[in-house]
Design a protein around this ligand. Structure first.
Ligand code: HEC
Length: 232
């Protein structure tokens, strides 16, 4: 078997994994831990508001650096979820632990290691792509909505749109259809963002809902949500 020449650096500073390298790693880990502990102590990180179990409008999302995994898990539904949460991560970590035994070549030259470099690039690409998909999906479903302030014209327009497109199914102030929940007091149990999300994607209320997707423009939808959120 031909071996790649060890690169200059390793030749100059040839040291053993145990104890040299392990000692260095240990010291670094302790220093990093202390630095983070100190930061957490000095820099009071603000918490969100108290959790309210009655609030159906809250959208829980992990921090940005975890979004990729959050998105990844969306592809494993029902019984498959154990594949995404346990089996695949376990396989990846076992592979990482075994890596030094599986691949003993000493060169660190990327061009001589196309497979390793390819896997590395693919991982980075997947993490970035999944994070972007997560943000884009949330945008499409209205999870990170910034709504314009409510105006009186908007409320009047919303009332008009509601009577034309929504009142066939929903009743309001005693008038309208009865196949859908009465929305006379919707404003006291749901906020604007939730109403916007229901209109954008009725399935969030229930997967089998008969509520149809009403194709409204952004302005029309903002008007309806402004109108409904004031119905208390
Ligand atoms: C085809 C009938 C239909 C139309 C049209 C319709 N909806 Fe609905 N909507 C429903 C049904 C049915 C539900 C109840 C969801 C379920 O459990 O299936 C619902 C639920 C809702 C909810 C959630 C109510 C709650 O208590 O959480 C909101 C908000 C809502 N609709 C708003 C609208 C708006 C705004 C429009 C017009 C743009 C509209 N709907 C048009 C049938 C309809």
């Amino acid at each position: 078997m031909t071996r790649d020449a060890p690169c200059e650096k390793t030749e100059r500073s040839l040291s053993l994994f145990y104890p040299h390298h392990l000692f260095l790693e240990g010291v670094t880990a302790v220093l990093a831990f202390l630095a983070i502990a100190l930061l957490a102590f000095v820099w009071q990180v603000p918490l969100e508001e108290m959790a309210d179990p009655g609030d159906v409008t809250y959208v829980p999302r992990p921090e940005w650096y975890f979004l990729f995994y959050f998105q990844f898990l969306k592809y494993f539904e029902g019984q498959l979820v154990v594949v995404g949460t346990c089996i695949l991560p376990a396989l990846i970590f076992v592979l990482l632990i075994l890596l030094p035994f599986l691949d003993k070549r000493e060169t660190t030259n990327i061009r001589k290691r196309p497979v390793a470099a390819g896997i590395c690039l693919l991982s980075v690409f997947s993490v970035v792509a999944l994070s972007v998909i997560s943000v884009v999906e949330d945008d499409l479903h209205g999870y990170r909505m910034e709504l314009p302030p409510i105006t009186e014209e908007q409320i009047a327009e919303g009332k008009d749109i509601f009577s034309r497109f929504c009142q066939i199914c929903h009743s309001m102030d005693g008038k309208g259809g009865f196949i859908a929940p009465d929305l006379t007091q919707i404003g006291s149990r749901a906020n604007r963002v939730y109403i916007e999300r229901v209109v954008l994607q009725p399935q969030i209320v229930s997967k089998t809902t008969i509520m149809s997707l009403v194709p409204l423009s952004d302005t029309e939808r903002h008007a309806v949500s402004a109108y409904l959120s004031r119905k208390k």
